[in-house]
Write a protein that binds this ligand. Structure first.
Ligand code: SF4
Length: 372
């Protein structure tokens, strides 16, 4: 079972109003340089060398790294891990942070997949989210990526934005599909309590997201996207044939993924998860002084997670695989709950898989709650 490698690059140009990721506003090249050295050191000190076939630079905004900084991290990875020659190497980017030259440099270093946060193609909505780019920047980024030779491009859109109507969302989708990315991730806006957006909602400056409208947006999305050359393969992810995210699929199928950098999480493929210190400066200091920044370890219930995560996928959970792996008959173990969910039209059985129905994707939390 090949592993994935995740690198967290926390720096962003500014902080978006809805974001609760571990990010830091880019303050100086020196801070980024010391962070890159810390990640390289953390990789160097990693106690094992499992084979890997995906590498993922997430953030934050990894495209704020210079080519030399990216090269330093990739060198450390290649020294430590046997990397499959056909590995998927993804870099998250933000519009208006890349030039043709930097993209060509990333490509020549082995990055072969780009994923960027468009979020919406409406300038007013972008401003409301505190995003610094414009819809024109999104179009330009795609154009630059194509010119730099990227043929595997993904971008994110968020539905259910403050004051967004169903018509606005439809316009967004139409514009997004015109850009023909190989992969699309489409999320419903989540309000995290510690963010400026949550504060704006509390003091009445922005309306609370409307759940019924969000559900209608999700339904419209499924309808519109199925008319194009995309297929849904996960609750929030859609792609043209053969362009599934191989790295993210590892999380949903419980493959091992080893994370480096502040707030990075790892799973060893057996039952152990662990997480690094979230704060950037404390992470760097821990790596410098103690060679490790792990602050939390847990043993997970693998059988539950196998179902919970597998149900995110449109193909669902392979019932034979579950039985072979855990020695338990899933439909027997959860007979009562599964019958109830089936009667509610939330789950179905197909080719010996248990999977969510279209309605089940809308009310997935109700189904997941049974297995958590
Ligand atoms: S660019 Fe992404 S990671 Fe950075 S603050 Fe905005 S949402 Fe968060």
């Amino acid at each position: 079972m090949s592993s994935g490698i995740y690198l967290h690059i926390p720096f962003c140009r500014s902080r978006c109003s809805y974001c609760d990721f571990a990010t830091d506003v880019y303050k100086s090249a020196e801070i980024v340089e010391s962070y890159v050295s810390a990640i390289a050191k953390e990789i160097e000190n990693f106690p094992a060398s499992p084979a890997a076939d995906t590498i993922y630079f997430g953030g934050g905004t990894p495209s704020l790294l210079t080519a030399a900084q990216l090269e330093k991290i990739l060198e450390a990875i290649h020294k430590k891990f046997p990397i499959d020659p056909g590995a998927e190497v993804t870099m998250e980017m933000n519009p208006a942070t890349v030039t043709l030259e930097t993209l060509k440099a990333y490509k020549s270093l082995g990055v072969n997949r780009a994923s960027f946060g468009a979020q919406t193609l409406d300038d007013t909505e972008l401003r409301r989210l505190g995003r610094k780019h414009t819809a024109a920047d999104v179009r330009e980024t795609i154009e630059l990526l194509r010119r730099a030779g990227f043929d595997n491009v993904s971008f994110d859109l968020i539905a259910g934005l403050p004051r967004q109507t169903l018509k606005d969302w439809e316009r967004n989708l139409t514009e997004a599909l015109k850009l023909q990315p190989e992969h699309l991730s489409l999320y419903l806006l989540e309000i995290h309590q510690s963010t400026p957006l949550a504060e704006q909602i509390r003091n009445g400056r922005q309306p609370l997201p409307d759940e019924e409208l969000a559900a209608a947006m999700y339904e419209l999305l499924l309808e519109k996207i199925s008319a194009e050359n995309y297929r849904q393969y996960e609750i929030s992810n859609f792609c043209q044939p053969d362009y599934e995210s191989r790295h993210n699929s590892k999380y949903w199928t419980l493959h091992p993924v080893f994370g480096f950098g502040c707030s990075a999480h790892s799973f060893d493929g057996a039952a152990n998860r662990y997480a690094n210190e979230r704060d950037t400066a404390r992470y760097v200091s821990l790596i410098e002084k103690e060679n490790s920044a792990i602050v939390c370890r847990e043993t997970i219930d693998v059988a539950s997670e196998f179902v919970f995560l597998g149900l995110r996928l449109t193909k669902g959970v392979d019932l034979d695989e579950y039985e072979n792996r855990f020695g338990i008959n899933l439909t027997g173990k959860y007979a009562e709950e599964l019958k109830r969910l089936q009667d509610l039209g939330l789950i179905e059985y197909a080719e010996n898989h248990l999977r969510l129905t279209g309605k089940g994707f809308l009310f997935s939390n109700e189904v997941f709650a049974v297995f958590v």
